[in-house]
Design a protein around this ligand. Structure first.
Ligand code: UD2
Ligand code: MN
Length: 579
């Protein structure tokens, strides 16, 4: 909306150690435009108790529980989510402490652990009604060497802004932190809150298996996962639980707002953002196009269906989570688990939603502040490859194809039998279904090259005429001559694909099917070990290299033994899409 664009966040520092930029949450958020949080919905008027006589039976107005509304010290730095500046004489100290958490740790320690934040919910949220019989939830927060004040602030924000009767417990899973203050000192501090339980893991599990350890002992009906550097906003919990109550296969995510890593201010983000991915499975946020918003008369409070979730913050029915096989426990340390759960949820009958009336701030950092037991890139790529192998079907080629610059080669992804069995048992839909129904607007990269496929020696082009494959004088304006070369290695014209023949035979047309290896062609740099055939169109499934060629005598198409020197085997597309 005009006038709503605020200061942009700093672009993510160009990734150190060659980490692909979009592989940190900070990179994913770098494209969001941020605004300082200012009261949006006006002061909330919701009461803090379930009214005895609700307006319609069984529901009440969403509770505005907020024990920080009258802060102990209204003038403390950072209060109400305001930005804080480092005093001149503390610059050095602040700088040297940055690496403790890869954000301004000095400032975090300066501001109250129970500071108030501005209610950033869109107008209308505080008037919404939720059911009186919402399910209870277990909050699961995993951390490794989290900054003390930040961890405390996360827990305080949960306790002070959630209706107590809905919080079964808060489980802090300490993923084998080395920091001393996260041992007895933390236990002692948290002992003042009977609902907070601490699970000290005896070895490093990584975020994924640490969450599983928390989930296994959870007693609530719903699991609510949070990172350990968040601030939950007013009224954040009930709208999430309301969605899960409505349907147990809904996975509800809050809008993730931004706590500045530099000045600790609480910033809101643009409305109407979905979680999406681009190849090779990088998470990102995308604005819903203005015309879609207008056409559907979308309101700021409307629930947004998401192809994928960011990963860190969501509520899910506990039984449903385990029915889905929870997370693949073969995923290590960090990364990819958000893709796994998102694909699994959608393909196996559930939905992922962002609930605009639920808002949680998160400190986005440019780099993980903890170390990885093994090489970071390898770990993340291996996780993603596991996800690709289990969930992407023939589209895994898009992942590998776009990740060619990464290590992937000779990567041991480990045993996948259980995950593949699980997918069968749950009778999940195909990735093709997911793309067509959940993420139909995934940007172009399905196509690698397009336009006319010109045989350079004869200036003739392939075409589809009356449902048969033809070979005729090229004409850029002829629709029949338009073909795509796809990531699935199909030569495609609408639903029709060029089908190879053995050497000596004539190619034909078949209905496209990305899973059929007998429809595939290698073009561009794809022919493995045969760089001399880059201009060629090579049949993929034959052991003896066979190539598409023009028969100059008859002006016809055929397949012949590949010959890197033959001009009749050289082909060129109108345009190549390199990304
Ligand atoms: C995002 C998600 C994060 C997770 C990750 C991909 C948000 C806001 N954050 O990255 O939740 O889905 O993408 O995997 O959506 N941790 C451990 N053990 C480890 C590593 C991390 O307990 O070995 C904890 C860590 O202390 C933190 C949480 O896991 O509380 C998520 O890690 P992060 O904050 O580094 O991830 P983030 O926000 O960059
Ligand atoms: Mn995080």
């Amino acid at each position: 909306a005009p006038g709503k664009r605020g200061p942009r966040s700093q672009p993510a520092r160009s990734a150190s150690e060659g980490i692909p930029a979009a592989r940190t949450a900070a990179a994913a958020t770098a494209s969001r435009s941020l605004r300082r949080a200012a009261p949006a919905g006006g002061p909330s008027k919701g009461s803090s108790r379930v009214p005895r006589t609700a307006r319609s039976p069984g529901t009440h107005r969403v509770l505005a529980v907020d024990a920080t509304l009258a802060p102990r010290d209204p003038r403390a730095p950072g209060q109400f989510g305001h930005a804080v500046a480092v005093p001149e004489d503390k610059q050095e100290e602040a700088k040297s402490r940055w690496k403790e958490g890869n954000f301004n740790v000095y400032l975090s320690d300066l501001i109250p652990v129970d500071r108030a934040v501005v209610d950033t919910r869109p107008a209308g949220c505080s008037e919404q009604r939720v059911h009186n019989d919402l399910p209870t939830t277990t909050i699961i927060m995993c951390f490794v060497d989290e900054v003390w004040s930040t961890l405390l602030r996360s827990v305080h924000s949960v306790l002070s802004r959630s209706p107590p009767h809905l919080i079964e417990e808060v489980i802090l899973v300490d993923d084998f932190s080395a920091k001393d203050y996260l041992k007895e000192k933390l236990d002692k501090y948290m002992s003042q809150f009977p609902k907070v339980k601490i699970l000290h893991l005896k070895e490093r599990h990584g975020l994924i298996r640490a969450r599983l350890a928390g989930a296994e002992i959870a007693k609530g009906d719903v699991l609510t996962f949070l990172d350990s550097h968040v601030e939950c906003n007013v009224g954040w919990l009930e709208p999430l639980l309301e969605r899960v109550r409505r349907s147990r296969t809904k996975v509800a995510c809050p809008v993730i707002e931004v706590i500045s890593d530099k000045d600790m201010s609480y910033m809101t983000v643009d409305n109407f953002q979905r979680g999406i991915f681009t190849w090779p499975m990088n998470f990102g946020w995308r604005q819903i196009p203005q015309e879609v918003i207008e056409k559907n008369k979308m309101k700021e409070t409307d629930i947004i269906r998401c192809p994928v979730m960011a990963g860190g913050l969501f509520s899910i029915d506990k039984k449903y989570f385990f029915e889905l096989g929870a997370y693949d426990p073969g995923l290590d340390v960090w990364g990819g688990e958000n893709m796994e759960l998102s694909f699994k949820v959608w393909m196996c009958g559930g939905e992922i939603e962002i609930i605009p009336c639920s808002r949680v701030g998160h400190i986005f950092r440019n780099d993980n502040p903890y170390s990885f037991p093994e090489d970071r890139i390898r770990t993340v790529e291996r996780n993603l490859a596991r996800v690709a192998e289990v969930w992407l079907d023939e589209y895994k080629d898009l992942f590998y194809g776009h990740a060619y610059h990464l290590i992937l080669k000779n990567l041991d992804v480990g045993d996948l039998t259980q995950q593949i069995e699980l997918r069968k048992k749950l009778q999940c839909k195909s990735f093709k279904w997911y793309l067509e129904n959940v993420y139909p607007d995934l940007e172009a990269p399905l196509v690698r090259a397009s336009g006319l496929l010109v045989n350079t020696a004869t200036a003739r082009c392939i075409a589809v005429e009356n449902n048969t494959l033809a070979f005729e004088a090229c004409d850029v304006n002829n629709e029949d001559q338009q073909f795509n070369y796809t990531w699935l290695r199909l030569l495609q014209h609408g639903e029709a694909c060029v089908a190879p023949a053995a050497a000596g035979g004539a190619p034909g047309l078949r209905r496209c099917d990305g899973r059929n290896p007998r429809l595939k062609w290698l073009h561009m740099a794809l022919a493995p070990g045969r760089p001399q055939l880059t201009d060629h169109v090579v049949v993929e499934h034959l052991a003896q290299p066979a190539c598409l060629e023009a028969d100059p005598a008859r002006g016809a198409l055929r397949v012949g033994a590949c010959d890197s020197a033959s001009p009749f085997q050289k082909w060129r597309f109108g345009s190549y899409h390199v990304d």
